[in-house]
Design a protein around this ligand. Structure first.
Ligand code: UDP
Length: 238
């Protein structure tokens, strides 16, 4: 597998072409951003940990029968993935109220509703990733209603698998963001990373935040928290 030109550079990752047109290499960087790019920093070693954590989570999802873009981890910073065209929708799953949902609806962070909440946001930095509904997503031409049905079903299944997985290592999966992509033959599969950058993870016993909120809210010990997630998930591999 040969790495070719840089196709895309995002806030936390680079995407490279390979000599196989159906495969790409994703490189995890150490940069972090929050609040729609207002806050930026370099967090040494974050990319290494996120690559490792995301690879472990994707392996578990694949084992549970979820179709994803993940093929294999290549080295500390890189993973080989299927090439997809990303659907510009952030699918956010919330088991516990936190972050923007708490702010927007005036709910206390930590409230556990009896239902699971799924938000859709239109991935458009220039608009601040606005919250949208199913009708908006279809009107924007991003997906069909049928495709949304599949996306919701897969998303609920992913939530079940990940919630159970984190529970085994004494972590509460508070919320997370996922993205989907279309393969060249039109299949919609899970893509992008799954890491403490994209999930809220609270220690089940102490309630300590072990995710990007440590960066957003200046709580310190960011890399220690990511390392703790990595270590606990590794226990499941033994
Ligand atoms: N999230 C993300 N990327 C985004 C927006 C949200 O990964 O562009 C994740 C975030 O880390 C959290 C969940 O989605 O785990 C819900 O985020 P929220 O809507 O509360 O917004 P935030 O507090 O991240 O601005």
């Amino acid at each position: 597998m040969k790495q070719l030109e840089l196709l895309y550079e995002g806030k936390a990752k680079q995407v490279y072409a390979t000599d196989d047109s159906e495969r790409i290499i994703i490189r995890f960087k150490d940069t972090a951003t929050a609040y729609n790019n207002l806050k930026k920093a370099v967090i040494a070693n974050k990319g290494v940990l996120n690559n490792d954590i995301s690879a472990m989570l994707y392996r578990h999802l694949e084992a549970a029968g979820i179709r994803t873009h993940f093929i294999e981890k290549l080295n500390e910073r890189d993973q080989l993935c299927r090439r997809v065209s990303i659907i510009p929708i952030e699918v956010i799953v919330r088991n516990i109220v936190a972050g923007t949902m708490a702010q927007r609806l005036g709910m206390e962070e930590g409230t556990r509703p009896s239902n699971t909440i799924i938000d859709l946001c239109y991935k458009r930095d220039d608009l601040g990733d606005p919250l949208i509904n199913d009708d908006h997503a279809v009107a924007l031409g991003l997906v069909t209603y049928d495709e949304l049905k599949g996306i919701y079903a897969t998303t609920r299944r992913i939530n079940e698998v990940l919630t159970a997985l984190f529970d085994r290592v004494d972590i509460t999966l508070v919320d997370f963001k996922i993205e989907y992509g279309r393969t060249s033959d039109g299949e919609i599969i899970l893509a992008d990373e799954l890491s403490p950058d994209t999930c809220r993870l609270w220690d089940k016993l102490t309630g300590e935040k072990l995710d990007k909120d440590r960066f957003r809210r200046d709580l310190g010990k960011i890399i220690e928290a990511y390392g703790e997630i990595d270590r606990r998930l590794k226990r499941l591999e033994e």
